[in-house]
Design a protein. Structure first.
Length: 196
């Protein structure tokens, strides 16, 4: 198994290969290239993830959409859903799936409706370039990127198969989404006392 910087052309590593690896570490495969997941996330990352996950869990209770957090395999097939034909498998920090037919025992096969990624040291290029590309190509309707140190959130919304960026949201802004009508995320609460 080769772990490297991808050139974003499809390589030989597939989800079927991933299932054969006898390794305790978590990996992501983006267009056939393998990325080792970063070490345990920092405290700020975990606090943000917990706050958003808790808010989503409460909101989604009794609704048709369902939320998940890493580790959770999201397989993004291009032509076939067979494990040996899937060259992109990611572990979003948080995702929301509204089409239950995409869920199986292995996780999600197909694009979640909403993906939230929280930047960590060493993964910015992966999140901002490589995952952006596969999420857009796969049809993820909304992709949120959170920068814990800068306390900002950027929303990419899929319009005519291309992402359109929102303004940069900061503490004090309230985030809404067309994916989950009536859901509101107060960034003041998300970013409060991250250093305490």
């Amino acid at each position: 198994m080769e772990v490297s910087e991808p050139d974003m052309t499809y390589n030989s590593n597939t989800y079927a290969d991933n299932l054969q690896w006898n390794i305790d570490e978590v990996f992501e495969i983006i267009k056939g290239k393998v990325f080792k997941r970063n070490a345990t996330p920092r405290l700020k990352h975990q606090r943000i993830s917990w706050r958003i996950s808790s808010k989503l869990a409460n909101f989604l209770e009794g609704k048709s959409c369902e939320g998940f957090y890493a580790p959770f395999d999201v397989r993004l097939p291009v032509n076939s859903k067979k494990n040996e034909d899937i060259y992109t498998v990611v572990q979003p920090d948080i995702c929301v799936v509204c089409d239950k037919s995409k869920l199986d025992e292995a996780g999600c096969i197909g694009a979640p409706d909403l993906i939230i990624e929280i930047l960590s040291k060493g993964n910015n290029k992966k999140e901002l370039k490589y995952k952006y590309e596969v999420y857009e190509e796969s049809g993820v309707k909304e992709y949120w990127i959170i920068h814990p140190d800068e306390e900002t959130l950027l929303v990419y919304t899929l319009v005519n198969n291309k992402y359109q960026a929102s303004k940069l949201f900061t503490s004090g802004d309230v985030i809404t989404t067309t994916i989950l009508p009536d859901f509101e995320l107060d960034l003041e609460k998300v970013f409060a006392e991250l250093e305490r």
